[in-house]
Design a binder for this molecule. Structure first.
Ligand code: B1M
Length: 219
């Protein structure tokens, strides 16, 4: 019988080695071994994807390999996601989420979405490469209180500023909390563009947002 560490390592390895079937099998094995779905995602699949990122940066992997690794990760995620406990008493706040214009990296954003939904948020996922005005239009349409912006590229970061400027220009900035995250985004950048919240990963996105919403709703 494999122990928890072995199963998490196997999940991460299967992502790095582009093995969709192994990812699915190890994901099921993790559930059978009593590992919580969130732990298998973060301690297995995401860890593997981080190794893939390093390999891409060292030019050991190129785009085709990275895409196969993403597919393997998504296969494991599909097994685990239905087992994330959903917090029915969660905040139920509405979040409009997407990857800013010019950027098609959506794995991290999708993880943020999954974790927010598991925490009871109602998420409207606009996908990737989203024009700034679409965030604002959707947030107004569904009566969201949060706009979540993701990007993985330094070249597209400024799209986050544009969304905030759009809210200011329409005189509705104070109706929304704006949360930003993704590889090149830092707390300093979030402050500089006037975002309300920065989160380095999907778990802290849930934690930080829940905490800030509590303060906000009391204000
Ligand atoms: Co690309 N890519 N890529 N890529 N890619 C990066 C981002 C890069 C850093 C690699 C590198 O060169 N070192 C680099 C960007 C450099 C820069 O900043 N300027 C890069 C580049 C340049 C490119 C292309 C331009 C390459 C090319 O075509 N020449 C191209 C982009 C085209 C475009 O978008 N216009 C490209 C393409 C691709 C693939 C298609 C092959 C694939 C994306 C597949 C997909 O997403 N559907 C891909 C991938 C996978 C990567 C790396 C290797 C891994 C990203 C990833 O999925 N990580 C990445 C290298 C790296 O990051 N080290 C790289 C795993 C994921 C779980 O983590 O996304 O960080 P992450 O998400 C985390 C946190 O960031 C946070 O929570 C998530 C979960 O914990 N988070 C938030 C994310 N969003 C948040 C929002 C929040 C809060 C937290 O609140 C709203």
């Amino acid at each position: 019988m494999k122990n928890k560490e072995d199963i998490l390592l196997e999940l991460a390895r299967a992502v790095v080695d582009m093995e969709e079937d192994t990812c699915r099998r190890s994901a099921r094995e993790s559930l059978g071994a009593g590992i919580e779905a969130a732990e298998a995602i973060n301690g297995g699949l995401v860890k593997g994807m981080m190794v893939v990122g390093d390999k891409y940066e060292r030019e050991e992997y190129f785009i085709p390999e990275v895409l196969l690794c993403s597919d393997a990760m998504l296969a494991g995620l599909a097994v685990l996601q239905p087992h994330l406990p959903v917090d029915r008493g969660g905040t139920a706040a509405k979040v409009v989420l997407g990857v800013v214009r010019g950027d098609t990296h959506d794995i991290g954003k999708s993880l943020v979405k999954i974790m927010l939904e598991a925490a009871g948020f109602e998420v409207y996922d606009l996908g990737r490469d989203v024009p700034p005005a679409d965030f604002v239009t959707k947030a107004l349409e569904v009566g969201a209180s949060v706009i979540g912006l993701s990007t993985l590229m330094s070249t597209t970061m400024d799209g986050m500023r544009t969304v905030i400027e759009d809210l200011e220009a329409r005189g509705i900035r104070d109706r929304f909390l704006v949360m930003v995250g993704g590889g090149p985004v830092s707390p300093a950048f979030a402050r500089e563009i006037g975002a309300d919240l920065y989160a380095p990963d999907a778990n802290s996105a849930v934690r930080n947002l829940t905490a800030l919403l509590e303060v906000w709703s009391c204000a």
